[in-house]
Design a protein around this ligand. Sequence first.
Ligand code: CA
Length: 233
Amino acid sequence: MAKSHGIKALIIEDEPAQLELLSYNLEKEGYRIFAASDGEEGLLIAKEELPDFIILDWMLPKLSGIEVCRQLKRGKQTREIPLMMLTARGEENDRVRGLDIGADDYMVKPYSVAEFLARVRAMIRRSKAAVVGQIIEYKDISLDPERFKVTRAGQVIKLGPTEFRLLSLFMSKPERVWSRDQLLERVWEHDLDIDFRTIDVHIGRLRKALSLKGKPDPIRTVRSAGYSLDVEN
Ligand code: CA
């Protein structure tokens, strides 16, 4: 068994076999495990323990996974906790819905344990990087918050301050869809002079700056929902 590094994991999962599998594998990696078998209990433990990350099942008794996620992402103390949703369903709609309400990653059962653990590590790395100002990477894009520097495929990308803040937010949660309201809150801090049209203009500038010849457009426009950073390979 790996030595504990004190990183706290909360697993919210009602199926005992699944819970055991997740606990076993995460414990082996040195994580300290907290477990809840329904949504209400999960929410309670999350608020009490403030874990470093949360694994959340979609279908749960008492409070659904989606509702738990929504409440966690609304809570001041819990909103920054990285959260991975697990589901038996494979619908693209569910994935988008999960990411849209703030889940940081999403996996469909059955999944490979190795991939699961790798994605947990990536999720923790991203959230830590965002906190201490380390370089964040997503696919071929890298962002250095301290040096205010962005590269794509090794090429330096020049960005204005607003585009830089937008990209930082996108990079903290790749593939998550952000509504214009959410962008307004996080990037412009509710500046009353900003309207949705202005947001679209800055998104357009960011998209243009990141568009390199032969590389896919990294900004996905989701009709009537918003935008996400999503490089399809
Ligand atoms: Ca379940």
